[in-house]
Design a protein around this ligand. Sequence first.
Ligand code: NAG
Ligand code: NAG
Length: 349
Amino acid sequence: MGSFRWLKVAILFSLLAISGGRELQAKHKDHASAYNHTLAKILVEYASAVYMSDLTELFTWTCSRCNDMTKGFEMIELIVDVQHCLQAFVGVAPDLNAIVIAFRGTQEHSIQNWIEDLFWKQLDLNYPGMPEAMVHHGFYSAYHNTTMRPGVVDAVKRAKQLYGDIGIMVTGHSMGGAMASFCALDLAVNHGGRIVQFMTFGQPRVGNAAFSSYFSEHVPNTIRVTNNHDVIPHLPPYYSYFQQKTYKHFPTEVWLYNVGFGSLVYKVEKVCDGSGEDPTCSRSVTGNSISDHMMYFDVELEADTWGSCRFVMNSGMLSYGKTDLNGNIVLSRDPAMSVLKLNTETDVF
Ligand SMILES: *[C@@H]1O[C@H](CO)[C@@H](O)[C@H](O)[C@H]1NC(C)=O
Ligand SMILES: *[C@@H]1O[C@H](CO)[C@@H](O)[C@H](O)[C@H]1NC(C)=O
């Protein structure tokens, strides 16, 4: 990693410090999202597990991150878009009595590269069916124009056939949170999905003010968790004096931060206001930390290696899957048929 790249990142951080300036607090109605700490600790484990690169362990829910509060998860579909380096899964969590959908964050570049890219993302696509709502075409396409959307929609349909009309929880970390946003909105608007809870960790902004109101209207049960000085929720930038023209977060943010000094530090979880851009939450500090982005609730949210779309899979897994012309993989199972039979040899792709 060249020091020049770090210098560029440092300059971006200083620009962010300027854009985050103080302002008068706007009036807005209180938001109805109820924050549930236990649920956050469960969903962050799903958002962490979807990063795993061993598809066999992930599919059979035997990976090192596939236990603790997510025990008993019934995988229904694991979608690996090899072409765009994206990964997501859909399954049923019996404890939550809900379908859980989780999206992995970006793996394509180094994180420093990705932060730089994020800073400059333009609002360059009209969100279909909502005249004033603008989003970035890259975020939008990662869900809408890849194997993600058909894979998720099909798996949700199958889960409902098996389990009835149970609720849906959508989660993701980082770029995975941006994709989760488009997924939740799509399921709520186009597929009659009952989104019980939408919760992301360290997600970037995805659209403008009109998009954010549209989102809140259709996916009211939304919690956007931010951690300390995590840089990603500060991106792409929001300028309070141009708020109709720039990106704007949707509510409700829950900001995790530390108070106290030395051995008396304790963690606070602050439920923020209904604006989406509460100046007393993560915007009250500079977004200058990458490490705060990688760890939420003491759960690791990153892959084994950055800048690699490598994955491993047991060759027996292919009997559960279909591969399209571009090499993208969808592994499906019917949870009613238990115990997977797998070969012992493992192939590296
Ligand atoms: C919080 O979520 C957990 C897990 O879904 C649930 O068991 C608990 O009842 C919820 N608490 C409240 C107050 O809703
Ligand atoms: C969707 O993806 C295809 C190929 O990856 C590309 O040619 C097309 O322009 C994309 N469409 C949009 C709306 O981004």
